[in-house]
Design a protein around this ligand. Structure first.
Ligand code: UD1
Ligand code: CA
Length: 455
């Protein structure tokens, strides 16, 4: 095995002022460290070692599906000490790519170029650097008069002239495995933060006349590190922009990219139009030729082709082809709509299957229901699915017509092609091809209004 990757993710992330470990803060809907892992995989490295410490359990749990090896840094004594913990896990690879868990904007091409350069230079250590407009907070690359790398100085240890240097350390490096782990043992913590800096290894290698190199990348945006919430928001804006651009390349229309928020794992078919003020989250999949928005939020849902969704909230739902949703519909977990279904304004659907071409156009609550094909549910109808203790099912067979403002008290079943009269409270099952009405006979008192006004 030629390369292993070590991702340092044990730090506390004090500057985030958060209970959540820094590397788990989401960017475009995914923990920042998961972005780093994915980009390393995309660069072709399979053996990935994640150094965990602060919030270790949470991080291990969140990344358990990612096929990485975890090593623990019990005390967070600095980046050099963190890398040291990966010694055993990395020993079978000739070289190690080292990264931080807080740089989610990385691109695989950039990592590949670093590796290529490291090999061309036959270096034992290669640092990925770039020119930053605002270098504040980063380690600075100090070069000698011939332009060769001398050392890296942290912001907190830098003097005025060093602070003026714009070339920064990305925190991404390639090292010769055998050599780096030996040298890490020689680090000291004589610096302003009292930490074992990984960056100090450069000076140690230089003193021994080992070949160290810098790969200066033109892409400063992609190495952006996140230490605080402002940097988090910046990373979010960049990643969202990249996602939108990629989708547009694939044939999705995004009318206003600035007000469209799409998570990194979302998939959308071509000729779908996303209208402004729309969020599409989680692992949502949307088909082709849909119109989504304006003002909709869709999370972890599957949506077919030719679907319209306007001003609605869709959460863990499945929507078949040719459905029309909203405005102002709320589809909750377990809502499954077959094709051609219409869900109109102020309708809430929970854990219910709605058959082909059925319509629930206005002001309804449908929960724990099985609705057949071609059913029409009149305005204001609700399934009374809960008695304060348990939930019960409602079954509406094919072709049923529910009159407006019906209460369907579950458990209850309405047989094929039957009707309920408007305003009925249905508590008993109804046979096929029948009408169920439950309400008092109407009484008209002639002249009543005139009499009352004379009094
Ligand atoms: C580090 C670099 C700096 C570089 C910058 C790039 C050092 C000393 N400094 O600074 O030169 O410009 O990254 O973004 O390396 N970590 C651990 N254990 C620890 C300390 C940190 O695992 O004991 C992890 C953190 O979780 C984080 C990464 O290492 O993912 C970097 O640590 P951080 O404190 O963010 O370093 P910076 O101050 O940003
Ligand atoms: Ca950092």
């Amino acid at each position: 095995m030629k390369y292993s990757a070590v991702i340092l993710a044990a730090g506390k992330g004090v500057r985030m002022v958060s209970k959540l470990p820094k590397v788990l803060h989401p960017v475009a809907g995914k923990p920042m460290v998961a972005h780093v892992i994915n980009q390393v995989k995309a660069a072709g490295i399979e053996n990935i070692i994640l150094v965990v410490g602060s919030g270790r359990q949470e991080v291990e749990e969140a990344m358990s599906g990612e096929q990485v090896h975890f090593v623990v840094q019990e005390q967070q004594l600095g980046t050099g000490h963190a890398l040291m913990q990966a010694r055993t896990a990395a020993k079978h690879s000739e070289q190690v790519l080292v990264l931080a868990g807080d740089t989610p904007l990385l691109k695989p091409e950039m990592l590949k170029k670093l590796i290529q350069f490291h090999e061309q230079q036959k270096a034992v250590a290669t640092v990925l650097s770039c020119e930053a407009e605002d270098p504040f907070g980063y380690g600075r690359i100090i070069r000698n008069q011939e332009g060769f790398l001398e050392c890296i100085v942290e912001e907190k240890d830098a003097d005025v002239s060093q602070k003026a240097i714009k070339e920064i350390n990305s925190g991404i490096y390639c090292f010769n495995t055998g050599i780096i782990f030996d040298k890490l043992a020689n680090l000291n913590n004589n610096n302003s933060q009292g930490e074992y800096y990984l960056t100090e290894v450069i000076e140690i290698l230089k003193k021994e006349n080992k070949q160290v190199a810098v790969y200066l990348s033109p892409d400063s945006e992609s190495i952006h590190g996140i230490n605080d919430r402002q940097q988090l928001a910046y990373a979010e804006s960049i990643l969202r922009q990249r996602i939108n651009i990629q989708l547009m390349k694939e044939g999705v229309s995004i009318v206003d990219p600035l007000t469209t928020f799409i998570d990194s794992e979302v998939k959308i078919g071509n000729d779908t139009v996303i209208l402004p003020f729309t969020m599409i989250e989680g692992k949502t999949v949307i088909g082709t030729n849909c119109r989504i928005g304006p003002s909709s939020r869709i999370s972890s849902s599957l949506i077919g082709n030719n679907v319209n969704i306007e001003s609605s909230r869709i959460l863990e739902a499945k929507i078949g082809d040719d459905c029309n949703i909203g405005p102002y519909a709320y589809l909750r977990p377990g809502a499954v709509l077959h094709s051609g279904v219409k869900i109109g304004d102020f309708v809430e659907i929970k854990k219910s299957v709605i058959g082909e071409n059925s319509k629930i156009p206005h002001l309804s609550y449908v929960g724990d229901a099985q609705v057949g094909k071609g059913v029409n549910i009149g305005a204001g109808t609700i399934t009374c699915n809960y008695d304060g203790f348990n939930k019960y099912n409602t079954v509406l067979e094919d072709g049923v017509f529910i009159g407006s403002n019906s209460n369907l008290v579950a458990p209850v079943k309405i047989g094929k092609n039957s009707y309920t009269g408007a305003g009925s409270t249905i508590t008993r099952d109804v046979e096929e091809d029948s009408l169920a009405v439950e309400r008092a006979a109407q009484k008209n008192i002639i002249g009543w209004a005139k009499r009352i006004k004379k009094q």
